[in-house]
Design a protein around this ligand. Structure first.
Ligand code: DC
Length: 219
């Protein structure tokens, strides 16, 4: 099957762009961050520190994360419960970053991601898609943007989801924390693949980024 891999740090616009590119290509869009978010949510609910390397492997062995697609939209099921609407909070973002550094979690999620990519043409976004999950993807893109721009977008995103009085400094700190954490873990850290095309989206419109990715994908 064919794949477009879109990686980059938090708030670089990956999901917005990946969704539109998938629509234009008629391929499936897979948001891999949602899987780590579901695992992070479970750890928070159980009161287990998401970075706990003793307890998280046992938790994940006893966890069922499932992805379903309904009318082109992705739903995430955690132990059978649809948690799609619960995983976008700042707490879950940080928990997802911490839990994703535990190798047992990554191995489970990567297996699921590869299984989906084996039977669908996909546009997949994440941190390690081009480097680790789908190293043979025909098109790899690394999206970046300045920290200020990424913070601004994340604040807007939270506000669009109904959050009020969003603390911009807290959002910036969360992004910085996650960037560092995601880029410094031992297994499959956030990195630009050698053969990935770098797009700095600061100052670009969504349409411009989508067109740049589609050109790169040969579409
Ligand atoms: O893309 P996102 O913000 O929804 O991802 C949440 C966290 O999940 C991110 O901080 C790191 C982790 N993640 C990962 O380690 N690998 C991926 N392919 C996707 C997300």
């Amino acid at each position: 099957m064919r794949a477009v891999a879109i990686d980059g740090p938090a708030g670089a616009g990956k999901s917005t762009v990946a969704k539109l590119v998938a629509r234009r290509l008629g391929w499936l869009y897979l948001d891999t961050g949602a899987m780590y978010r579901a695992a992070g949510l479970k750890a928070l609910r159980l009161g287990i520190a998401p970075g706990d390397r003793e307890r998280i492997p046992a938790m994940i062995a006893d966890t069922d994360v499932e992805i379903r697609f309904a009318d082109g939209a992705q739903r995430v099921l955690l132990d059978g419960e649809d948690v799609t609407g619960l995983i976008r909070t700042p707490d879950v973002s940080v928990a997802a970053s911490d839990v994703s550094a535990v190798p047992a979690v990554r191995l489970r999620m990567v297996e699921l991601q590869r299984r989906i990519a084996a039977v669908h043409d996909v546009v997949m976004d994440g941190r390690d898609i081009g480097t680790y999950v789908l190293p043979d993807a025909s098109c790899k893109v690394f999206l970046s943007a300045s920290l200020e721009e990424r913070t601004r977008r994340r604040v807007l995103d939270l506000e669009e989801r109904g959050a009020v009085d969003v603390d911009q400094d807290a959002v910036r700190r969360d992004i910085e924390y996650r960037d560092y954490n995601d880029a410094h873990r031992a297994l499959a850290p956030l990195a630009q693949a050698e053969d990935a095309f770098l797009v700095d989206t600061t100052g670009m419109t969504v349409d411009q980024v989508v067109e740049a990715v589609l050109r790169r994908a040969g579409a």
